[in-house]
Write a protein that binds this ligand. Structure first.
Ligand code: ADP
Length: 400
């Protein structure tokens, strides 16, 4: 089945056309700077030349029109008729407590998504715009929603409740939700395959480390805890986000620096994390280079980043009562030899023995520990788009 997978942000649409029979991406691309006169569409069809188009794309509906046109284009396209698109799968950030799995998007689902806007004011509105645009241009094609939060719906109350008055949870749904669920689910399933074991007998920690980063404790195939919380700000140190911090800092800094709610939000989400500590960059490659050059603040940033991951490995091993595998994924998790090395250093007591040679080999799925390592460390490239396509196929087939 050919499925168009969409990930819509406030000024961008990322897309992939996936053939589920072969699990291959026939084309991938993105429209950036939607709403501006110099919007850019980059399109990479498999086996054909990549193209880049610059022009005025004022909204998501026009962007969708361009995406479909380029998919149909005689020279760069991968389909000859829009009827070949059998379904559309959308990445949706926040499913709140309503969605614990992927769904066919109906009017009722649209309403529930609108009800969840308050929980994800930055993400859910563009997701909704993308769904509306796709419906407009592909009116009879089924659309499915795959939620970032869904995989973590299995977290027990002791993992998702905050230590604040319970009535705030009831009144405003303030609890931990967790994100990157599609990635944590995918890599934990792949890990079981790679280890030739059944997922329901494994205790796995998954570390998705990209610009945003989160870890999950996956026990018997279910997420029992994760580092991101009510929003994607909690947990690990990230490129520009602070991760865990004492909440009193927020009110203290607001007073000292006379910051508004929105300013303090920007500080914690955009000017903290790696860039906040190093004062240089949110990009791990640049941080690593600066560490090599002897930059003190970049070294602090790198150390806080890896130390926090290490702490969560320990705490999740305790939470699950053991550990079989630690999986690294995301741009940093998949590519940074140094981050994996720092996280796994002096972890023999927990049964982790990283093999330096395997750790240094680039690319693809691999076991990075020695043969006698009780806990296996794995590198698994994530593929959220494939999960979205496969979920969409399943839902559409079941509804036929
Ligand atoms: P996003 O969360 O936006 O999808 P990615 O998963 O692509 O981001 O991850 C981006 C991060 O991966 C950046 O910090 C980048 O520096 C880092 N990264 C990519 N390649 C390497 C590498 N070879 N070594 C270290 N870090 C890397």
């Amino acid at each position: 089945m050919k499925i168009l997978v969409l990930n819509c942000g406030s000024s961008s649409i990322k897309y992939q056309m996936i053939e589920t029979n072969t699990q291959e991406a026939l084309a991938k691309g993105q429209v950036e700077r939607i709403g501006m006169s110099s919007a850019v569409l980059t399109h990479e069809p498999k086996g054909k030349e990549k193209i880049r188009i610059v022009g005025e794309i004022l909204d998501h509906s026009i962007a969708m029109e361009y995406v479909i046109a380029v998919l149909l284009s005689p020279n760069h396209g991968v389909i000859t008729d829009r009827k070949e698109i059998e379904a559309v799968g959308h990445r949706v950030v926040h499913g709140g407590e309503t969605f614990s799995g992927s769904v066919l998007i109906t009017d009722e689902v649209m309403k529930a998504l609108k009800d969840n806007i308050e929980l994800a004011p930055l993400h859910n509105p563009p997701n909704l715009k993308g769904i509306t645009a796709a419906k407009e241009h592909l009116p009879n094609v089924p659309q499915c929603g795959v939620f970032d939060t869904a995989f973590h719906a299995s977290m027990p109350p002791h993992a998702f409740l905050y230590g604040i008055p319970y009535k705030l949870y009831k009144r405003y749904k303030i609890r931990r939700y967790g994100f990157h669920g599609t990635s944590h689910r995918f890599v934990s399933e792949r890990a079981a395959k790679l280890l030739n074991k059944s997922l329901d007998e494994l205790k796995i920690i998954t570390a998705h480390l990209g610009n945003g980063g989160s870890m999950a404790a996956v026990k018997n195939g279910k997420s029992v805890d994760t580092t991101m919380g009510f929003t994607p700000l909690e947990g690990l140190l990230m490129g520009t986000r602070s991760g865990d911090l004492d909440p009193s800092i927020v009110t203290y800094v607001m007073g000292k620096e006379e910051l508004s709610i929105s300013e303090v939000n920007t500080m914690l989400n955009k000017h903290s994390g790696l860039v906040g500590i190093s004062g240089e960059s949110s990009d791990m490659r640049e941080i690593e280079q600066a560490v090599e050059d002897g930059d003190k603040k970049a070294t602090y940033a790198f150390d806080v980043f890896t130390y926090r991951i290490k702490k969560y490995v320990g705490s999740y091993a305790a939470a699950m009562g053991g550990l079989d595998a630690l999986v690294f994924t995301g741009g940093i998790g998949e590519n940074s030899v140094k981050v994996r090395e720092a996280v796994c250093k002096e972890m023999e007591f927990l049964g982790i023995k990283l093999d330096p040679n395997s750790n240094e080999k680039p690319n693809g799925e691999a076991i990075l520990t020695t043969n006698d390592s009780k806990v296996k460390v794995l590198r698994i490239p994530t593929n959220e788009e494939l999960v979205i396509a496969m979920d969409t196929e399943k839902i559409v087939t079941n509804h036929k």
